[in-house]
Design a protein around this ligand. Structure first.
Ligand code: NAP
Ligand code: ZN
Ligand code: ZN
Length: 346
């Protein structure tokens, strides 16, 4: 075992504080990663506050991990010391179920082993990226292309893949009209990726405060959801709506913006159940759907796509002792557009 520094929440809703954790001795197929940067995802906050149900404490959040390989187990073939790598939301899965075999490890029928707030195959709790080091099986590690700086690449490991996967699945591209609800961590990646895929992109935000940024990131239109015209003047105009909001919305109003066969894809995961009014769905054979992160091969594909298209996260780099303050700012939608922890400050 190796003792490493980490930031952990000792209990639900408690502030995070510096501590130490143990990392396992690398096994046959393990990669030891010296973490350089870890993004703060809104999911970290949901889990630290037990908003999604009972959680495991102490909790070291962080599933947007970028770093450098320092050591490898004897059976590792894909990585070597010095490689720039990333780890996202999962660190293992059953590898044999129909979904794992299809590259959809995130939908593993046994449930994937999440990067933190989970129990690993060794029976030990998993600890995430707000720490100096992580030990991960090579099959759940991806390569960060040289063109991407590690700090701006870290958020791609969750926010990037979570938006890339549904945009590909629902075929965003030339001739398709995509709206992104919420310009936060996921939202700002969705805008850039949808634009790079060639789609016409609209941001639907609570206000016009971030309009200049949205247009700079590649949006063609930017509309405030508080403006009634947003919902009356654009009925039936969109093929895909990616909803990144972490709170319930008036879904019926958004459905009405979809064209025939359009889909509203829910990525945000509110802590409460949401009421849905079905009338405007049935009207034009619209659908309400959802998507969770993406598979390992698809995560690599997304990183390579981002490197090719010059897409990365817009980040605010923070020190480890600023994590609790950053959480408050995320909750207030005051982030441009992802906080990333400089792990050297741990
Ligand atoms: P975030 O950075 O906080 O962004 C969410 C954005 O939604 C905010 O910036 C804000 O944008 C808008 N918003 C916030 N509260 C709102 C409200 N009450 N009403 C309307 N709009 C609101 O969060 P994130 O990290 O992108 O994560 C977003 C959600 O996705 C979270 O629930 C997270 O757990 C979930 N998530 C899901 C997956 C998945 O696999 N499906 C993966 C990662 C995260 P504006 O100011 O522009 O309105
Ligand atoms: Zn996340
Ligand atoms: Zn499986």
């Amino acid at each position: 075992m190796t003792t490493v520094a980490a930031y952990a929440a000792p209990a639900a809703k408690a502030p995070l504080e510096r501590t130490t954790i143990e990392r396992r001795v690398p096994g046959e197929h393990d990669v030891v990663i010296d973490i350089a940067f870890a993004g703060i995802c809104h999911s970290d906050i949901h889990q630290v506050r037990e908003g999604w149900g009972k959680a495991i404490f102490p909790m070291v959040p962080g599933h947007e991990i970028a770093g450098v390989v320092s050591r490898t187990g004897p059976g590792v073939t894909r990585f070597a010391a010095g490689d720039r790598v990333g780890v996202g939301c999962m660190v293992d899965s059953c590898r044999t179920c129909v979904n794992c075999r299809a590259g959809l490890e995130q939908y593993c029928s046994q449930g994937p082993v999440w990067t933190y707030n989970a129990v690993g195959k060794d029976g030990q709790p998993t600890y995430g990226g707000y720490s100096e080091q992580v030990v991960v099986d090579e099959n759940y590690v991806v390569r960060v292309p040289d063109a991407l700086p590690l700090d701006a690449a870290a958020p791609l490991l969750c926010a990037g893949i979570t938006t890339y996967s549904p945009l590909r699945h629902w075929k965003a591209g030339p001739g398709k009209s995509v709206a992104v609800v919420g310009l936060g961590g996921l939202g700002h990646m969705a805008v850039q990726i949808a634009h790079a895929l060639g789609a016409e992109v609209t941001v639907l935000s609570q206000s016009l405060r971030k309009k200049d940024d949205g247009l700079r990131l590649g949006a063609d239109h930017y509309r405030a959801t508080g403006d009634p015209a947003t919902f009356t003047d654009h009925v039936g105009s969109l093929d895909i709506i990616l909803n990144t909001v972490s709170a319930p919305l008036d879904f019926g109003a958004y459905f009405s913006l979809l064209r025939t066969d359009g889909s509203m894809v829910n990525l945000g995961l509110p802590e409460e159940s949401v009421g849905i009014e079905l009338q405007s769905l049935i009207g034009l054979r619209r659908s309400m759907s959802s998507s969770g992160i993406g598979g390992i091969a698809e995560t690599q594909e997304m990183l390579d796509f981002c490197a090719r298209h010059g897409v990365a996260a817009q980040i605010e780099l923070i020190r480890a002792d600023e994590i609790n303050e950053a959480y408050e700012r995320v909750l207030a939608s005051d982030v441009r557009y992802r906080f990333v922890i400089d792990i050297a400050t741990l």
